[in-house]
Design a protein. Structure first.
Length: 402
């Protein structure tokens, strides 16, 4: 696959934004924890971000018909940069009595993020040849996961040598670079839905999900797997390491790292064998889903930390082998004009279910033990893989898009 200018700009712009996002979250959590000395208050940072992104995903369709997709993404990043500058200026005056102002800013930034993320996935088919979609999705995922894995580690090191405010100024520089790169993207032609009423625009993506057989199944699969996937969040995994594996905190970091390594290996596999994956999309989606079910069940019953490390790596690997072909199916299942509203609807499902699932799994882990939620997660993934197997013939790349 020859990387064209627009895909490269999109990838670089998103990468700089992604690096900045991780560093700014690290700095914000550090500030809030130092002010409140409360892990509970700190945990509201990801909750605020997820909730705001859910609201944004629901409302983004109102903008899709009025603002060109390229500029919608670029201006959302520019808006994030402005908000970050405001955060950097006000953070020196933040005290334990007014730290809630930080949550207001991160909520607004997350709203803009919730708008940008579905648009980024929508733009890939505009800038990439249909035959290169598997490779393009694989490259995008590989870069994203490497950045996630590296920047969480680097962010904690930065806090040793930089103050949170200095770290925010560094993020501001990354956001400026991202904004410039995204502004250089070629404008894409997108059919306007401005003539439709606001309610119709909001319902557009949901209607497309319901009337497109493969998307209807993907929405159901995403619902099950998103809730199931909440057992792998840091808080529940931390409890599992302590209560089920009976090892110290360093294994928590190792298991998290193994998961990210698995994601990267899965992405590289899809890039290297893109032609083979392309011809067997449904099979790879099923194998990935079914293997994740087996891995989760084995993980729930396991007490050996080394085995947990291997299982976590397999979870990331096969999860990615399922995810990338699934993105290609989504991107070619409807016209390019419908993609943005489809992705905002799927994003709303993902963020909404993740927020609710995280809370529910946390409560269940307290009530019935941490192993029980991994078993429940495995059962939900088994249901998802059953749906994939039953409708495997639907998971193909359509040929009607240019």
């Amino acid at each position: 696959m020859k990387l064209n200018k627009n895909f490269t700009l999109l990838l670089l712009g998103h990468s700089f934004a992604n690096m900045g996002d991780v560093l700014y979250i690290v700095s914000v959590i550090s500030v809030i924890f130092n002010l409140t000395d409360s892990a509970t208050v700190s945990s509201f940072v990801p909750f605020t971000i997820t909730s705001s992104m859910f609201v944004s995903s629901m409302l983004t369709p109102l903008l899709v018909g009025k603002v060109n997709l390229k500029w919608l993404m670029a201006w959302s990043q520019i808006g994030k940069t402005i908000l970050l500058v405001i955060l950097g200026l006000m953070i020196v005056g933040i005290t334990a009595s007014n730290y809630y102002l930080i949550f207001l800013i991160i909520g607004l930034i997350a709203i803009l993020d919730g708008c940008a993320n579905p648009i980024r996935q929508t733009l890939i088919p505009y800038y990439v040849n249909p035959i290169d979609l598997i490779k393009a999705n694989g490259i995008a995922e590989t870069v994203t996961q490497i950045i996630q894995a590296v920047m969480w580690f680097v962010g904690s090191l930065f806090l040793i040598v930089l103050s949170p405010q200095q770290l925010i100024w560094l993020v501001g520089c990354l956001f400026v670079i991202s904004s410039v790169l995204l502004s250089l993207l070629e404008t894409v032609s997108h059919t306007s839905s401005e003539q439709k009423g606001k309610l119709e625009q909001l319902k557009e993506g949901w209607k497309t999900l319901l009337i497109t057989p493969v998307l209807k199944r993907i929405a159901l699969i995403d619902t099950l797997e998103t809730i199931a996937g909440t057992v792998w969040i840091a808080a529940i995994l931390y409890v599992f390491v302590n209560d089920a594996l009976h090892v110290d905190e360093k294994w928590w970091g190792f298991i998290n790292g193994a998961f990210f390594l698995g994601l990267i290996i899965g992405s590289i596999f899809c890039i290297k064998y893109s032609s083979f994956v392309e011809k067997n999309l449904g099979t790879f989606i099923f194998v990935g889903s079914f293997t994740c079910f087996l891995v989760t069940i084995f993980f729930s019953l396991n007490s050996n930390p080394l085995m947990a490390l291997c299982l976590s790596l397999f979870m990331g690997l096969f999860g990615q082998i399922k995810y990338i072909p699934q993105q290609t199916v989504i991107q070619t299942s409807v016209t390019k004009e419908e993609l943005s509203t489809v992705y905002t609807s799927l994003s709303a499902i993902g963020t909404g279910m993740f927020g609710a699932g995280s809370l529910a799994m946390g409560i269940l882990a307290d009530l019935f033990g941490v192993r029980s939620v991994f078993i429940l997660s495995g059962i939900m993934i088994a249901l998802a893989s059953t749906i994939v197997y039953k409708y495997k013939q639907l998971f193909v790349r359509k040929l009607f898009q240019k």
